[in-house]
Design a protein around this ligand. Structure first.
Ligand SMILES: C[S@@+](CC[C@H](N)C(=O)[O-])C[C@H]1O[C@@H](n2cnc3c(N)ncnc32)[C@H](O)[C@@H]1O
Length: 339
């Protein structure tokens, strides 16, 4: 592609993600299978307008997410499979959150925020911060939690890979701070059978018991869900996992979270921070884009290893090492107690 074409392609990126979003939102990917199906039958099944449905399916076909066959029929492609509800690595939740109305709306404040230096898009749009929004808006909360488990479907594999070979023998109790529905912790408990675990979360996440993953993965005897606020007090444990937590918060807020863990934990405690790590200027990386999303969604940011070392140190921890998966976009930073 020419340089002009590449720039043009970026300009129209939103069209693609919105077309995909609408396909997911309307249930297209759960209606179409490998057997070619007429667009009008899809429309009838989903209660949609047939002519406009055909045009939507054609656009999805043009992006490789469906296959357009003769006579207005469509079948599923291997790429489109990832958008099905029942796919083990489903990206449905991620799509519904990241291209849904709230996250679409908050991006419009980006120019003003960068001008003013005030990172408060959610407040500008809704009058409150993101985790108040999950608390107040049931539908958004459901989509948010679904998206976190959806992200985890792939991120858990990266974290397990990064931690393969890590010495878990002295970790009898692992606490996952802001552990969502327990996707990562339950998978760690499956792999390390000597360990028990605690998912420490907001009540809005844990109250819907049918969605919690420990019972589904057969580790409910060793996994408890504890409601609380990481800015007040956290449970005592040998080690603490935090996946996609610190990137939600400013340096000051991260130091408070890490200090609370420091206060509650024994001398031998470890912290394991799973995040997108920002590489040097010569390397293009997804973290540099995710960072702009964090600018819109919360008070946080994506950080370099050096920036993580600094906040660890300010909260009484020392940076030990960064563990990288063989492939994948997130790494795990280990910290141990400084004093
Ligand atoms: C970006 S999500 C990450 C969830 C999970 N660790 C994952 O990677 O899928 C951040 C999580 O932090 C939780 N959280 C936010 N504020 C919290 C607080 N004050 N105390 C405990 N958990 C909190 C949210 O409910 C949410 O599940």
């Amino acid at each position: 592609m020419s340089e002009y074409g590449k720039t043009l392609d970026i300009i129209f990126g939103r069209w693609r993600s919105q077309i995909l979003y609408v396909g997911v939102k309307l249930g297209v990917f759960d209606s179409i299978t490998s057997d070619p199906k007429n667009a009008s039958d899809v429309a009838k099944e989903l209660g949609l307008d047939p002519a406009l449905t055909y045009r939507l399916l054609r656009a999805l076909g043009s992006m490789g997410l469906l296959r357009e066959e003769p006579n207005s029929k469509f079948s599923m492609t291997s790429q489109g499979e990832f958008l099905r509800k029942d796919h083990p690595q489903t990206l449905r939740g991620v799509t519904l959150l990241e291209e849904g109305p709230e996250h679409y709306a908050i991006w419009r404040h980006l120019p003003a925020m960068i001008t003013d230096g005030q990172q408060d898009s959610f407040v500008r749009e809704y009058g409150h911060k993101i985790f108040e929004h999950t608390h107040k808006n049931h539908e958004y909360c459901e989509v948010f939690n679904q998206a976190m488990s959806s992200y985890s479907a792939i991120q858990t594999a990266w974290v397990l890979d990064a931690l393969d070979g890590y010495d878990f023998s002295k970790i009898h109790h692992l606490c996952d701070i802001g552990g969502g529905q327990g996707h990562l912790l339950s998978n760690l408990l499956v792999k390390y059978s000597q360990m028990k675990g605690t998912v420490f979360e907001l009540e809005s996440v844990t109250k819907n018991k049918e969605l919690l993953l420990a019972p589904k993965l057969g580790v409910k005897e060793r996994c408890s869900y504890v409601d609380g606020d990481m800015f007040s007090e956290v449970p005592s444990a040998d080690a603490y996992m935090m996946k996609m937590i610190l990137h939600d918060w400013s340096d000051q807020e991260c130091v408070r979270i890490l200090s609370n863990i420091h206060i509650s934990s024994p001398e031998h405690a470890k912290v394991l921070i799973a995040e997108h790590i920002v590489p040097g200027p010569e390397t293009p990386h997804f973290s540099k884009l995710f960072d702009i999303h964090m600018m819109c969604v919360a008070t946080g940011k994506e950080r370099t290893v050096g920036e993580y070392s600094l906040i660890l140190e300010q909260a009484g921890w020392k940076y030990v090492q960064t563990l990288n998966p063989g492939s994948g976009l997130i790494s795990v930073i280990e910290g141990s107690k400084l004093r």
